[in-house]
Design a protein around this ligand. Structure first.
Ligand code: CTP
Ligand code: MG
Length: 233
């Protein structure tokens, strides 16, 4: 029996598109290239994606698309919207891929276990599988009405899809902040899997500080020496 659990992962037919072509306007710059624990934010996303997949497509900003990226199998330039970038990535996914995941480079702390849950849910019949977490804030409408948050979840990436369902959803060229929305709009069956509260998206500068603290906490919890892992307390 292999001692490394990752050796048991069935990567066959799985491709991951890591979207990293945004400008980071709310962050104030290209957040996906910032340092997080000794490597770039996007390196965390690429390496975890790689551990579960046959291949990884990195969608980079056009001026970065010629950069050497050893953790990606293919690098393509992105588009004006996230959906355009996903479509650019999808064009580079081999036609025989069965399961395609789309992951925000800006969510560097998504674990391999989460990626595997998403893959497993697609393999067991969902058109789309999306990580969901409870909403912790109290919600109001902008019109001033309180909303019962128990009816809501917040969704994350990686989102996983039957390859054909994702291609069909993007065929019409729609735009949405995630891909499952497009799949649902074309009649696809969307299944939730448990998300991770630590899998926040880096949106503003303070989110990077939080991610660094979480990464440090994770390294300490795993019994690693944070200094040797390239992390500073
Ligand atoms: N993204 C992309 N192509 C775009 C827009 C976004 O590949 N045209 C990617 C981002 O790089 C990020 C993910 O989609 O990894 C989620 O987007 P978001 O957090 O909104 O990042 P940005 O668009 O870069 O940030 P902002 O909206 O603040 O400008
Ligand atoms: Mg954006």
């Amino acid at each position: 029996m292999p001692s490394d659990a990752s050796a048991l992962v069935d990567r066959r037919g799985v491709w991951v598109i890591v979207v990293a072509a945004g400008s980071g306007s709310r962050f104030g710059g290209a957040k996906q290239y910032e340092d997080l624990g000794g490597m770039r934010v996007l390196d965390h996303s690429l390496r975890t994606a790689r551990s579960v997949a046959d291949g990884v497509v990195l969608v980079a900003a056009p001026d970065r698309a010629a950069d050497q990226e050893p953790d990606a199998d293919v690098v393509v330039p992105g588009g004006a919207t996230r959906s355009d970038s996903v479509r650019a990535g999808l064009d580079a996914v081999p036609s025989d891929a069965e399961v395609v995941l789309v992951h925000d480079a800006a969510r560097p702390l998504a674990t391999a276990a989460l990626f595997r849950r998403v893959v497993d849910a697609v393999r067991s019949g969902a058109d789309a599988a999306i990580p969901a977490v409870p909403v912790v804030d109290t919600l109001w409408t902008v019109d001033g009405e309180a909303v019962d948050r128990t009816g809501f979840v917040a969704v994350q990436t990686p989102q996983g899809f039957r390859a054909e369902a994702l291609r069909a959803a993007h065929h019409g060229g729609g735009t949405a902040t995630d891909d499952a929305t497009l799949v649902a709009a074309t009649g696809g069956h969307v299944r939730f899997v448990d998300g991770e509260s630590s899998n926040g998206k880096i949106t503003t500068a303070s989110d990077l500080v939080v991610a660094a603290a979480r990464l440090h906490h994770r390294a300490v919890g795993a019994g690693e020496d944070p200094a040797s892992a390239g992390l500073t307390p």
